[in-house]
Ligand binder design. Structure first.
Ligand SMILES: C[S@@+](CC[C@H](N)C(=O)[O-])C[C@H]1O[C@@H](n2cnc3c(N)ncnc32)[C@H](O)[C@@H]1O
Length: 246
């Protein structure tokens, strides 16, 4: 790169905007390797609701109601792999990606113990730039990643959907619901403050607008699942299922 003129492409702009947030401190990183999340996953015995190997209640419900049929799935920001495991058990072939080595290690161990190692391929790195995430996927599932991304990375997120979601395929996601969890600081002000404040809140309308290219199948709050339930559910999250045109 010559001198001080570092901007030539859209990717250069996105990388520059990344630097306005402190990745290691902000639950966000573009690179594989040490991240805030590695420390988060270091103690597996902590009382974190999504550490238990229970799938999202909405994902279970989509499958039970036949809204999703087995095929190829991408678990985006898979963490310790609880939803990837459920998708594999439901007959999907799964690519599961996370940027935290500690998450991939834990998820790989879980998949081995469940005998699902041959149906899930784990990938360490940034979901938006990894070359070996080769769709088309019938399902891209994101539980809790979108709200940790800086606003400009929604461009990368939508580009991933464009290139990797099969015609007729689905996007399923959960994210912080405005008024219940997450920062309500407007996008532009996030750049001025240089912090994501632990995650961003979305309204129903925000999600409809961001994914306006897709058809809404279902958009509702997550059910509150008690600790002993076989499913994970927290009412401060939206759950959404969108479908791409066939
Ligand atoms: C709230 S955790 C949820 C983990 C998992 N989906 C679950 O629900 O159990 C968010 C995860 O997204 C991952 N993540 C954030 N940005 C990412 C990126 N650009 N590429 C891949 N993973 C990412 C983090 O490392 C973290 O494990």
């Amino acid at each position: 790169m010559p001198g001080h003129r570092s901007i030539r492409t859209v990717d250069d702009v996105l990388a520059l905007l990344d630097e306005l947030f402190e990745p290691a401190a902000d639950r966000w990183s573009t690179g594989a390797g040490a991240s805030w999340w590695d420390g988060f996953y270091a103690d597996r015995d902590r009382e974190v609701p999504f550490f238990a190997a229970r799938p999202d209640e909405n994902l279970v419900s989509y499958l039970d109601r036949g809204l999703l049929a087995p095929g190829r799935a991408l678990d985006l920001g898979c963490g310790p792999g609880r939803n990837a495991l459920h998708l594999a058990a439901a007959g999907f072939t799964v690519d599961a990606v996370d940027l935290a080595p500690a998450a991939i290690d834990w998820a790989t161990e879980r998949a081995g113990a469940a005998g699902a190692g041959d149906r899930i391929r784990f990938h360490l790195g940034d979901a938006f730039t990894l070359a070996d995430l080769s769709g088309p996927y019938d399902l891209i599932y994101d539980s809790g990643c979108l709200h940790h991304l800086p606003p400009h990375r929604r461009v990368s997120y939508r580009a991933l959907l464009d290139r990797s979601l099969a015609p007729g395929g689905h996007l399923g996601l959960t994210c912080f619901a405005a008024g219940a969890m997450g920062s309500e600081v407007p996008d532009a002000d996030l750049y001025r403050q240089g912090r994501l404040d632990g995650g961003l809140a979305f309204t129903r309308e925000d999600l409809r607008w961001i994914f306006a290219d897709l058809t809404e199948v279902e958009l509702r709050r997550m059910h509150d699942e008690p600790a002993g339930s076989t499913c994970f559910g927290e009412p401060f999250l939206w759950t959404a299922l969108f479908r791409r045109a066939a």
